[in-house]
Write a protein that binds this ligand. Structure first.
Ligand code: FAD
Length: 361
């Protein structure tokens, strides 16, 4: 594709916005990135944090044209707990990555790539209603999971609430997941680069008693306690089977606000990376970008309905039954089955947009 000239405006200096900016600046565009925070590193409400995701960092790097593999670290162990039942999740292609502005984060790597390119940053500059009425041509909106942008754009979303704890911790690259009836989503912990992020969340309120139960589980099963917990809230574009959208009027969407997320567990990292690249393509070739976007998000609808009609109605509300079923089948047998899936023998793809054994590439 030939080089181009012209102005591009991007709202959001998170991971997808930066991937789009780098790709466009390399092609000859002058890019201005507006970010509501005072610096790079994503939302201060959510970051610094650590995330875990199934991903193929090498193929993802090739696709987005930026080598991000050095900041994705293999997860060594990830148990999933259903009450007292502990099941080891296959971690062969599961990686931990740090968000925020610490030197070891993904954001720092991407921001470093921007240096020397024709990219201007306007920090402390938010997308507003007035901006939306006068968007310049070649605008990309990459505002992540912060509620005001969804309200402004009228994007269907669900609101989640919860508790989070984060900080430095001398543990390896690890994670866990915890399911209990006290929340309708889950508790999860991840750690990488000597930093941890722990969150209990639900689509709806999560009380102090629920947190107490989670903390008791952590102390009992993982021998871990954190001094400080804070309340947290956000949104997710998983309110409609039609959520994934590359365009809003003439503007291009990318990252989580475009709906490039797996609706089942909320993995958003992989989708944000690949749709940052797709958004850059959309600036010069809307049809080609639309085809790529559809390819990456083609399993969203099926996964959305599987969660809404089966998982959330019949399975998730009864963790005791899940636990009993796993024990009846046998924990080790269930783990072997999980490893068989993860090895790709069944060629079953999930709804995580991007590259990896369970991803929709
Ligand atoms: C607490 C938490 C934990 C998560 N854990 C995981 C996980 O373990 N694994 C996983 O795969 N995914 C996880 N996700 C999802 C994942 O973080 C997101 O899907 C991903 O970061 C989205 O990237 P993005 O580029 O769309 O947005 P972000 O990287 O969030 O960037 C959005 C940027 O837009 C800025 N912004 C917002 N509103 C405006 C505005 N009005 N004007 C200008 N700028 C604005 C923000 O400040 C931010 O810098 C988690 C999300 C959260 C919130």
């Amino acid at each position: 594709m030939s080089d181009a000239t012209g102005e591009v405006t991007i709202y959001g200096a998170g991971m997808s916005g930066l991937v789009a900016a780098i790709n466009l600046a390399r092609r000859g565009f002058h890019v201005t990135v507006h970010e509501r925070e005072p610096g790079y590193g994503g939302s201060r409400q959510f970051n610094p944090s650590t995330h875990v995701t199934p991903i193929d960092p090498v193929r993802t790097s090739e696709y987005i044209g930026i080598d991000i593999s050095s900041v994705f670290h293999p997860v060594v162990e990830c148990p999933a707990y259903f009450h007292e039942t502990r099941l080891l999740v296959p971690v062969a292609s599961v990686y931990a990555v740090e968000r925020g502005s610490r030197p070891s984060s993904l954001d720092t790597l991407l921001y470093g790539e921007c240096q020397g390119l024709d990219i201007d940053f306007e920090f402390g500059s938010s997308l507003t209603k007035a901006d939306l009425d006068n968007l310049p041509p070649r605008t990309i909106i990459a505002c992540g999971l912060n509620s005001p942008a969804y309200d402004l754009l009228g994007i269907p979303h669900l609101k989640w609430e919860g508790w989070m704890s984060r900080g430095e911790l001398a543990v390896g690259n690890m994670a866990w997941l915890w399911w209990d009836e006290c929340v309708n989503e889950y508790g999860y912990f991840s750690a990488v680069n000597g930093y941890y992020y722990d969150q209990l969340f639900s689509f709806g309120p999560v009380g102090w008693e629920d947190l107490k139960k989670y903390r008791s589980f952590m102390a009992h099963h993982e021998g871990m306690e954190h001094q400080e917990w804070n309340q947290i809230a956000g949104v997710a574009p998983v309110a409609s089977p039609e959520n994934p959208k590359l365009f809003w009027r003439d503007a291009v969407l990318c990252g989580t606000i475009s709906g490039a997320m797996d609706p089942l567990l909320g993995f958003g990292i992989s989708g944000a990376l690949v749709t940052g690249k797709v958004a850059a393509l959309a600036i010069t070739d809307r049809d080609a970008a639309e085809a790529e976007f559809k390819r990456f998000n083609r399993h969203f609808k099926a996964s959305f309905y599987a969660k809404k009609l089966v998982w959330s109605r019949f399975i998730r509300p009864n963790v005791s039954a899940i636990s009993a079923a796993i024990n009846l089948f046998g924990v080790q047998r269930a783990e072997r089955l999980g490893n068989f899936f993860a090895a790709g023998h069944l060629h079953v793809k999930g709804a995580i947009p991007g590259f990896g054994p369970f991803n929709c590439s």
